[in-house]
Ligand binder design. Structure first.
Ligand code: GLN
Length: 276
C-alpha cells in the first residue's frame, strides 16, 4: 500500500541524514505516480505497482544524488524547469538577482537582455516572462545547453551555444539594456568543501578560478562595450564577493551600485549602471 511504501522511503532517506525525509518521500511518490501530495493521503491504502522502482530512487538519493535530478524538473520563481545531470540546479538564492533585475527593468521599454552562463535558462526565462524582455541566453556546455533548449520551447528566447569570453563580438556595441549572469564563482580549492549533492553538479558551472572572480572580470571587460549607456550589469555573488566585484565595476566606470541580501543575510546579487 502507498502508506507502507511511504514509510519505507522516508526511513531510507532519514537513515541517510536527508534533511526533510518525509517531504522528499512524498515528492518521489508524486513523480512516480503523478499523485499530488494531497491525493496521496486519500489513496494511502491503494496498492502501488512501482514500489521497487521508488525504493531504488530513494537508495540513489541516500547517496546524496540531488533530488532535483531524480525528479527531472524543479520550480524557479513559479516556473517549472527541466533539470538533470550536466546542468546547475536553479536555486532560490538566484531569485534575489532576478528581483534586482526586475526592479531595474520596470522603467525600461522593450528591454534587450543577455543571460550569460545561462545553464537551465532560469534567469533569462524569468526576465522574459516577468519583464517582457527580449532575451538572448548564452551557454557553453553541451549538456547544459540541451536543458536550456528544452526550457525555452514556447518562448521567443534566442539561445547561443558559445563561450562568453568569445561570442561577445557577435553583437553590436551598445545593444543591451541589461547583461546578467550567475557565473561560476566558487574558488577552485573550495569546490571539495561543498555539500555532497553539489559534487553531482557540473564543475564548469561552479569553478570560478583561484579567487572565484574570473568570470566577473572577464564578463565586465568583454561585455561592457555591448551595454547601452544607462544600461545595467547584474551578477549573482558568492560569499564575500560583493566588495571586490563592486570595486571592479567601479574601476570600469559603473555607478549606482546596489546589492541585495539572500535570506541567509549574504550579499547575493549586485547591479550597477553604465554611465551615460
Ligand atoms: N549557488 C551555487 C553554490 O553555492 C554556486 C553557483 C555558482 O557558482 N554560480 O553551490
Amino acid at each position: 500500500m502507498l502508506k507502507d511504501t511511504y514509510i519505507k522511503l522516508r526511513d531510507i532517506l532519514a537513515r541517510a541524514g536527508i534533511e526533510s525525509p518525509g517531504l522528499e518521500a512524498r515528492l518521489l511518490i508524486e513523480s512516480a505516480t503523478g499523485m499530488s501530495r494531497a491525493a496521496q493521503i486519500a489513496c494511502a491504502d491503494k496498492e502501488l505497482d512501482c514500489e521497487q522502482a521508488l525504493l531504488e530512487l530513494a537508495e540513489k538519493r541516500a547517496k546524496r544524488y540531488p533530488l532535483q535530478y531524480i525528479l527531472g524538473s524543479w520550480s524557479f520563481m513559479g516556473i517549472e524547469l527541466k533539470v538533470g545531470e550536466g546542468v546547475l540546479i536553479p536555486r532560490d538564492d538566484t531569485e534575489v538577482l532576478v528581483d534586482l533585475c526586475l526592479g531595474y527593468l520596470k522603467d525600461v521599454e522593450s528591454p534587450k537582455v543577455v543571460d550569460l552562463c545561462a545553464g537551465s535558462g532560469a534567469i533569462g526565462i524569468a526576465l522574459n516572462r516577468l519583464a517582457n524582455a527580449s532575451v538572448t541566453a548564452v551557454e557553453l556546455s553541451d549538456r547544459a545547453y540541451y536543458f536550456l533548449l528544452q526550457n525555452i520551447i514556447n518562448t521567443d528566447i534566442t539561445p547561443i551555444k558559445g563561450d562568453v569570453t568569445e561570442c561577445y563580438n557577435s553583437f553590436e556595441e551598445e545593444y543591451f539594456d541589461l547583461i546578467v549572469s550567475n557565473p561560476p564563482y566558487i574558488k577552485t580549492d573550495e569546490l571539495k568543501t561543498l555539500q555532497p549533492e553539489v559534487g553531482f553538479e557540473p564543475e564548469t558551472a561552479l569553478d570560478g578560478g583561484a579567487d572565484g572572480l574570473v568570470f566577473y572580470r572577464e564578463i565586465t571587460r568583454l561585455w561592457t562595450p555591448l551595454l547601452k549607456r544607462g544600461g545595467a550589469m547584474a551578477f549573482e555573488l558568492g560569499e564575500g564577493q560583493a566588495e571586490p566585484v563592486a570595486a571592479m565595476l567601479e574601476r570600469h566606470g559603473y555607478s549606482d551600485i546596489k546589492t541585495a541580501l539572500d535570506l541567509g543575510g549574504t550579499k547575493r546579487a549586485i547591479i550597477a549602471v553604465k554611465p551615460r
